[in-house]
Design a protein around this ligand. Structure first.
Ligand code: GLN
Length: 456
C-alpha cells in the first residue's frame, strides 16, 4: 500500500520518475489522459535543491482532468476542450504546490464529470483496477485507479453526486467528498455549482485528512468557501451511528450488504452504538438530483460555444457555428443534460420541476438534520452493486443514474461523506462503506474511518 509518508524525505526527482514510469506501465487501464512530465521534473528539482519545502515536499499526485493546471492541457475528457491550455491553476492545485506536492498528470473522467463509470469520456473508458472487464466507476474513475494501482499516493477528484465515493468503492481506496464549500472550486470546470465539491483519493484516512487540510479554507475567488476545519481529531468513544435502512433493501447486492453488516459489527465491537434509522425521502432524491443538476449544467455549459474556449467547428453562419461546435464538442450525455436542464428551467415547466425539486431538497435537508439531532454519523453502502461490466449500463441512461441513489443524498444536502474499503465480494470485487457526517464535521468521519483501519 502506497501512503504519503513513503515519499517524504526522499529525492523528489526519484519520486516523480518512479511515478511517471508506473503511469507509463499501466497504460492499458487508460486511467490517464496526459502526463505533465516537464513541469513535474522542474518542480522536483526545486524541491531537491531546497527552494520548495512543505508538508508534501516531493510527493507526486494526479489531478482529474477537470482541474485547471499549468504545463499541459485541461480537457474535461471532452472534444470541445481537447486542446485547451489553462492560463491559471485551480486554487486546490496552487495550495498543494505551495506545500511542495508535484502534479505529474491528468486523470480520465466522464466528459464534464457527467456519469458514473468513466464510459462517457470522449477518449474512451478507464478500466477497473481489479477486473479489467469492469468499469472504474465515475466520474473520477481515472483518479481512483491511479491510487489503487499505487502510481501515486493521492489523486484529486470532484464529487457532485458521488463521483469520488463511487469510484473509490469500485477500486478499494478511500475517497472523501467534504462538506460543500470546504475546498475552493475556483479553477475546476463547473458542473452543478450548488453541489460541486473537491476531494481526494488515498490509501488511508490519515492521508485524506492531510490532503484535505492542505486544500481547504477560504478563497477570495470562491464565495462559498468556508474556513478550514480539518486537523487531526481522535474518534470520540461511543459514537451514535445510524444505518440508513432505505440503503439496505433486498434490491442491494447481497455481498455489498454483507460487507456493510460486517463493518457495522466491527463498529459495535469498538464500543459504538449502532441503530437502524429511516430517511423516507431518499426515494425522491434521484428525481431531485436529475432535475437540479441538469438545470445547473445547462447554465454552466453555456460558455462552451465554440468562440470563447476550445474547439470551433467550420460553419458559414454564427448560429451554425454555435450548433456544430457544441454538437462536435459534447458527448451524448452532456447534450442530454443540457436539454433536460433547459427544459426544467423553461417558463411553464420551472414551477412544476425545478421549484418542486428545490422544495423537496429542503425536506431532505430537514430529514438529515432531524437524524443528526440523535446520531453522530450515518452509514450505508456507497452503491447498490460492486463495479459493473463495461457496457452493461450504457444503453439505458436511467439504469446508469440508479447507481447514484446512495451518493446523491449527501450531495444535495451538502454533507461530508467518505467511502472506505469494507472488503471484497465473493468474486473479489471491492466494496466500499459510506460514512456520512454532519455539515463541517468532516474530521469526525475521517477519525472514525481511521480508527477502524487495521481493525478488520
Ligand atoms: N454519477 C453522477 C452523475 O452522473 C455523479 C457525477 C459527479 O459527481 N460528477 O451526475
Amino acid at each position: 500500500m502506497t501512503v504519503i509518508a513513503d515519499y517524504i524525505g526522499k529525492s523528489a526527482t526519484d519520486n516523480v520518475r518512479l511515478a511517471l514510469d508506473a503511469a507509463k506501465n499501466a497504460e492499458q487501464y487508460h486511467a490517464l489522459l496526459s502526463l505533465t512530465e516537464e513541469r513535474a521534473l522542474e518542480r522536483a528539482a526545486k524541491v531537491d535543491s531546497g527552494e520548495i519545502t512543505g508538508r508534501l515536499a516531493g510527493v507526486p499526485f494526479i489531478a482529474k482532468d477537470n482541474f485547471l493546471t499549468l504545463g499541459g492541457t485541461t480537457t474535461a475528457a471532452s472534444h470541445i476542450l481537447e486542446n485547451f491550455s489553462a492560463p491559471l491553476q485551480a486554487t486546490a492545485i496552487e495550495r498543494l504546490e505551495a506545500e511542495g506536492a508535484i502534479c505529474i498528470g491528468k486523470a480520465n473522467l466522464d466528459a464534464f464529470a457527467h456519469g458514473g463509470s468513466t464510459e462517457n469520456s470522449a477518449f474512451g473508458p478507464t478500466l477497473n483496477s481489479v477486473d479489467q472487464s469492469r468499469v472504474a466507476g465515475g466520474s473520477s474513475g481515472g483518479s481512483a485507479v491511479v491510487v489503487a494501482l499505487e502510481i501515486v499516493p493521492f489523486a484529486l477528484g470532484s464529487d457532485t453526486g458521488g463521483s469520488i465515493r463511487e469510484p473509490a468503492s469500485f477500486n478499494g481506496v478511500v475517497g472523501i467528498k467534504p462538506t460543500y464549500g470546504t475546498v475552493s472550486r475556483y479553477g475546476v470546470v463547473a458542473m452543478a455549482s450548488s453541489t460541486d465539491t473537491i476531494g481526494c483519493f488515498t490509501n488511508n484516512a490519515a492521508d485524506a485528512e492531510l490532503v484535505m487540510d492542505v486544500m481547504a479554507g477560504r478563497d477570495a475567488s470562491d464565495m462559498t468557501t468556508l474556513p478550514d476545519f480539518f486537523g487531526p481529531t481522535d474518534v470520540k468513544p461511543g459514537q451514535k451511528v445510524g444505518v440508513i435502512k432505505e440503503f439496505m433493501t433486498d434490491d442491494v447486492d447481497a455481498d455489498v450488504r454483507a460487507r456493510v453488516h460486517e463493518y457495522i459489527e466491527r463498529l459495535k465491537a469498538a464500543g459504538h452504538t449502532v441503530e437502524e434509522v429511516s430517511l423516507p425521502i431518499v426515494k425522491y432524491t434521484l428525481a431531485m438530483y436529475y432535475i437540479i443538476v441538469p438545470a445547473e449544467i445547462s447554465s454552466n455549459l453555456a460558455r462552451y460555444d465554440g468562440i470563447r474556449y476550445g474547439h470551433r467547428a467550420q460553419a458559414s453562419s454564427l448560429a451554425e457555428l454555435y450548433g456544430r461546435s457544441r454538437d462536435e464538442g459534447f458527448v451524448a450525455e452532456n447534450k442530454r443534460r443540457i436539454m433536460i436542464g433547459s427544459y426544467v428551467l423553461s417558463s411553464g415547466f420551472f414551477d412544476a420541476y425545478y421549484l418542486q425539486a428545490q422544495k423537496a431538497r429542503t425536506l431532505l435537508v430537514n430529514e438529515f438534520n432531524a437524524l443528526f439531532d440523535t446520531y453522530d454519523i450515518l452509514v450505508g453502502p456507497v452503491a447498490p452493486t460492486p463495479a459493473f461490466k463495461l457496457g452493461e449500463n450504457t444503453t439505458d441512461p436511467v439504469k446508469m443514474y440508479l447507481a447514484d441513489v446512495m451518493t446523491v443524498p449527501a450531495s444535495l444536502a451538502g454533507l461530508p461523506a467518505i467511502s472506505v474499503p469494507a472488503g471484497n465480494t465473493s468474486e473479489g470485487l471491492p466494496v466500499g462503506i459510506q460514512l456520512i457526517g454532519q455539515r463541517r464535521h468532516d474530521a469526525d468521519i475521517l477519525a472514525l474511518a481511521r480508527s477502524m483501519e487495521g481493525n478488520a
